[in-house]
Design a protein around this ligand. Structure first.
Ligand SMILES: *Cc1c(COP(=O)(O)O)cnc(C)c1O
Length: 379
């Protein structure tokens, strides 16, 4: 059996190994330390914001973002239906009601036209959401000119879930810098990883300082243990921050690699009648975190599940695209604005191995296996 090809494995070099061991030898084995401070500064610079709080996960960052904005029971928070469950789960953690919005077919991101319409209707009903969590899907920024203007019109605050989009840009501005608060993830399969980790970023330094406070059990700065509010244990370990710094130094190269992989898949598969890709909208530069294809079964002769099974039989991991939140049993009771586009993307989409460690040979193995799917018509 040939070696397994994973969807998006970690990409570690001797730089990360050295950084981790140096942090270990410094004995700063705690969720505070010089690596955490430096990682926060470097990440903020990279994300084009003034401050960052390094946290234990992207999910923790989303949760804290909602806590910081004082969102709770009785509030609605709108978000994209096409996202990972963590986005919606955080809304539930604070007791608010998620409302899901359909995707635009080209970028798969939240549809800003639907958003604007729905906000106007909600405004007439007097039931505006307290916040919108925009998601930068599969490494590409959502359409922030349109989203921010629609939200500004009604005073709705925007949180940017840039968990998948570190290093991407929208009109030359970095992902993570568009909302009042931005969120990143450094989970094992993301573009850079600290094994597990995340960050909350903002141009409001006071807000970020409050995030650090809440993430360290909201302990008051006195000698004894004094607490005036409910805190969380959400800080990132100093060891993992060292990994994060080393990964961040390689971010541009990791993005270039993923973009090349995306190009290779496009060149090999786009010619097949009925296969298409997420398009990179003008003014947006994706980090190509995952390359996803859409299969039109009527033309290709097979659907994504047949391709996935055929790849799996050759020890290649591919995965269905995110199942929309409004189709999830746990969110069945939540309102959805349209949803048919996301449902179609889910029915026809497939994520291909996209990790920055994927060699040219391995890319060819995936392409050959894909095109070798029984009954696939190359057209
Ligand atoms: C990965 C991811 C998260 C969660 O990040 P974790 O670090 O795994 O908690 C949130 N939102 C989106 C869109 C993600 O892809």
């Amino acid at each position: 059996m040939s070696e397994r090809i994973h969807l998006s494995p970690p990409d570690m070099s001797t730089r990360e190994r050295k950084a981790l061991l140096a942090a270990f030898d410094s004995n700063w084995i705690a969720p505070v330390g010089p690596e955490v401070d430096a990682f926060e500064r470097e990440l903020a610079t990279r994300a084009g914001v003034s401050a960052a709080a390094a946290l234990s996960s992207g999910t923790a960052a989303l949760h804290l973002a909602l806590v910081l904005l004082d969102i709770g029971p009785g509030d609605e928070v709108w978000t994209a239906t096409m996202t990972f469950a963590a986005t919606a789960n955080a809304i539930r953690y604070v007791g608010a009601m998620p409302v899901f919005i359909d995707s635009e077919p080209e970028s798969w991101n939240l549809d800003p036209v639907l958003l604007r319409q729905a906000l106007r209707e909600a405004s007439k009903r007097g039931s505006l959401p307290k916040a919108l969590i925009a998601v930068d899907l599969y490494g590409q920024c959502a359409d922030y000119d349109a989203i921010l203007s629609a939200c500004d019109e009604h005073g709705v605050v925007v949180i940017e879930d840039a968990a998948e989009a570190l290093g991407a840009t929208y009109r030359e501005r970095p992902a993570g810098s568009f909302g009042a608060i931005g969120v990143f993830s450094f989970n094992g399969n993301k573009i850079i990883t600290t094994s597990g980790g995340g960050a909350l970023v903002s141009n409001d330094d006071t807000l970020v300082e409050r995030a650090r406070h809440l993430a360290s059990q909201a302990r008051q700065p006195v000698a004894h243990y004094e607490h005036e509010e409910v805190g969380y244990n959400y800080r990132l370990s100093n060891l993992l921050a060292a990994l994060g710094r080393a990964q961040l130094q390689r971010l541009d190269a990791l993005i270039e690699k993923r973009r090349e992989i995306n190009q290779a898949y496009r060149q090999a598969l786009e010619a097949v009648d009925g296969i298409s890709f997420i398009s990179e909208a003008p003014g947006r530069r994706s980090n190509s975190w995952l390359t996803c294809v859409l299969l039109d079964e009527a033309h290709v002769g097979v659907g994504p599940e047949q391709v996935r099974e055929h790849l799996e039989a050759q020890n290649i991991e591919a995965r269905p695209v995110w199942k929309p939140m409004h189709l999830q049993p746990v969110y069945r009771d939540c309102p959805v604005v349209h949803g048919a586009v996301a449902e179609d993307l889910f029915r026809r989409g497939l994520c291909l191995p996209s990790g920055s460690t994927l060699s040219k040979g391995a890319q060819q193995r995936v392409i050959d296996a894909f095109l070798g799917t029984p009954r696939l018509r190359r057209g």
